[in-house]
Design a protein around this ligand. Sequence first.
Ligand code: RAM
Length: 969
Amino acid sequence: MTLLKVKALTCEYRINPLGIDIKRPRFSWKIESDRRGTMQKAYQIQVANQEDFNEVLWDTRITQSDESIHIEYSGPELNPRKRYFYRVKVWDNFDRETEWSETAWWETGLLNSDEWKAEWITPDPDGIDPLSEPAFLLRKEFTIKAGISSARIYGTGVGLYELYLNGDRVGNELLAPGWTSYHNRLQYQTYDVTGHLQDGPNAIGIMLADGWYKGNLVRENNRNIYGDRRAAFFQIYVTYNDGTEEVIVTDNTWRASTGPILFSEIYHGEKYDARLEKEDWSQSNYSDQDWTGTIIQEMPITQLVAQENYPTRVTEVLNPIDSFVTPAGDTVLDMGQNMVGRIRFKVNAPAGTRIVLKHAEVLDKDGNIYFGNLKFAKQQIEYITNGGNTETYAPHFTFQGFRYVKVEGYPGQENGLPLENFMGEVIHSDMERTGEFDCSDPLVNRLQQNIVWGQRGNFLDVPTDCPQRSERLGWTADAQVFIPTALFNYHGGPFFTKWLRDLKADQLPDGNVPFVIPNVEGGMGSAAWGDAATIIPWTVYQTYGDKRVLAEQFDSMKAWVEYIRRQGKNEYLWNTGFHFGDWLALDAKENSFVGATARDFIATVFYSHSTRILRDAAEVLGRSEEVQEYSFLLDKIIEKFNHEFVSPSGRLVSPTQTAHVIALMFDMVDGKAKERTAYELNQLLIQNDYHLNTGFVGTPYICLALSKGGYHETAVKLLMKDDFPSWLYQVKKGATTVWEHWDSIKQDGSFWSDQMNSFNHYAYGSIGNWMYKVVAGIDMDTVLPAYKKIKIEPKFAGISFTQAKAAYESMYGRILSSWNLTNETVEIEVEIPANTTAEILLPKAHLADVLEGNKPLVSGDIHSYMETAEGVRLTIGSGSYHFRYRNESGLKPRFTEDTPIIDFLDYSEAVAVLEKFAPSITKPPAIFSTKARSLKELAELQEANLTVDRVKAIMEEVSKLEWGAVLVN
Ligand code: RAM
């Protein structure tokens, strides 16, 4: 019996999605096989009304095809509010046939606006001031007959809501309905509440707060951006066993009140007086006599769309690692990680006790908690106890970005805080984790973790710049530079599909793109910012093979390129208008945010980049006229660019790192000019002792451009730098997320200006893409997107990396690339999912020398192989492979100042290593254990009385062994 199985069925990227309004949903699946080289030959999908598949609604029959992602439903028109079941079976190239997959389902939401019977309601202004701060409570009692078969709630609110039924919270989603371009698109959510209802009387309750809709956003006192009234819009469908149905909707029979939430704001936090809790307010038989009525609020419903993104949820709970009193006398909790979410705490105190939590990201150099960088955001939680019992509380309609929490008023805090009573709930869009990267360097691994934490903190329904200060906006460049990294770490299909629709909705009629999406800022039009309009759909398409996103966004992409084209006098250069330039680059003039790279240079490069993407998208979508049109435009832009910005001998007019980086990265130069650009870039880095000075525009691509231009060693050196400015500098300064500035904390421990200093900005985390793609070497042949044709080309460099490994869960399944270098051998492991093929490069390998699974290469599973100047190139089918060959890369873990210190676990292990590398040593010296990462650092640290001279002497000694352990006699 061999194994061939269809697994991981998804509909519109999701497992069993509830309440989607896509009329032709798409199915994807993965194939599990115990044979190498498995390809799908044919598939069959069946869709049925019932789980038993007795009546099949749509049957693709056996369809000869190797497609296993995004197969579009094309059966009879779908009904609203209905669950459909589907299953898949496949045949492979070994003539095997699978069983039917496990049955999966999706359920439609409301597919047309006329299915809405509800009204928008809000408290009667005669009873409750509609502009007042406290969160509203809305409730309604209703009676259900016996024999319910199912029940659903569809609903939404402006600003944010929480839903309750019969005293229980419904669902675990937070900050619903999420943030969109509200006037154009407002998401509604669907809840299966069958289990919440009971025969007889029931009650529904809704809490309603300001949120992004009408709370503070952007600048202080900038309120009511979308509207000044909160409102709710809900519809309950109860279906009975006999097929009859009952509908309960929001209307003016609902009752309204305020409750314990006196104030709740995204930036500022929440104020909650537990004494004002209305016990049982969402239960039946609660007396709401003293509540006020509700009125119908005239608001459109045509903007309603079913939830598109993954819901925002608590995805992890962190326990504080410490609490302490600062020199200024504040009692502070340390969560050990700069996180985004909220604190849940327990307390037992007399009624009326006021507990205040103030959240911050860092401590200043004196060890005091630092609130300066929050700008107007208060990030403050105030809780007033009800008294009597142990109370548990976490805020409802807000989130904080913090590692440290100043606690005031907690009973007995002068004797230390009971850590077990505090929990850090991490909150973000609940995406599937798809990528892992690790390597032999612990600081690089910490950087990778910081990048992931940066993504978690800033993927809270929209991709934001930062999660702590009074900003937290969907800055387009930040999202654009980070998306390649983001899509390695997490599945971002639904997340970006939603955001792109908002981008399209907020784009101006002339094609101009706002700085932030959803657009609450006003500004627009900068190069590298607006280009999110093309880069993001293209990256989503490449990563997931999602042609629909591309088709949906095509007009928006084109409008952006055409917008640029109309700017200024020269159709082929972009040298007018406002641009952020190489934002926050270190080659900026004193007191300027903008790096030295000429802004028209950057703008023209991005004009070309967007045009190329548009051309390629047109190609994918079969729009041949546009292919021609934009190929022509692209050629012209590149020609003009060379005329304007490149000297006849191939020198760039803008002599900065960033200019060289983007010219290389986006193929602006060719031939000799390209070689020279790469050479000059390398020179610029050598002159700068391998330190970068790039900003938002250059940083994401600097290592990619170096590796691509033939200077991979330089790229690695850049990453491995740990003094200012570098990625590892911040890691060494204790960062647990990625900073906005290279010097958010300066070398002397002081901070960059309060005005704009986020410790959780993912833009510079864009280096992650290079780590996955180049260091570990997981890439794709872009002609067949979504990793249908995988390319694995690891790149070794220096002794800093002796090992690297990346795994990525693609649409087809898991891809692995892992390599390990020793003095003698190179080992490379790869995993290729079924229904894909891969091209592998074994760098610096000789054919005669390569073993796969301990055997010489033979054709078969290995489709082809040949020796080239770079090494052995192979094409293989799916499966796991283990290659081994002699290390002739010239990259041996030899000994230098930067040699990592190997931590031996025990004495016998050390002896074994010594025996292996220095057979002549009979009596091994003592093993020195140190916190230093390299000898150089050890010398700096002067641990255990080791003077620099002593370290040097040891280095000499050890260098003979070609091994990096620190050994002292
Ligand atoms: C800052 C944001 C963002 C950047 C803009 C230009 O306010 O934090 O990172 O894109 O400026």
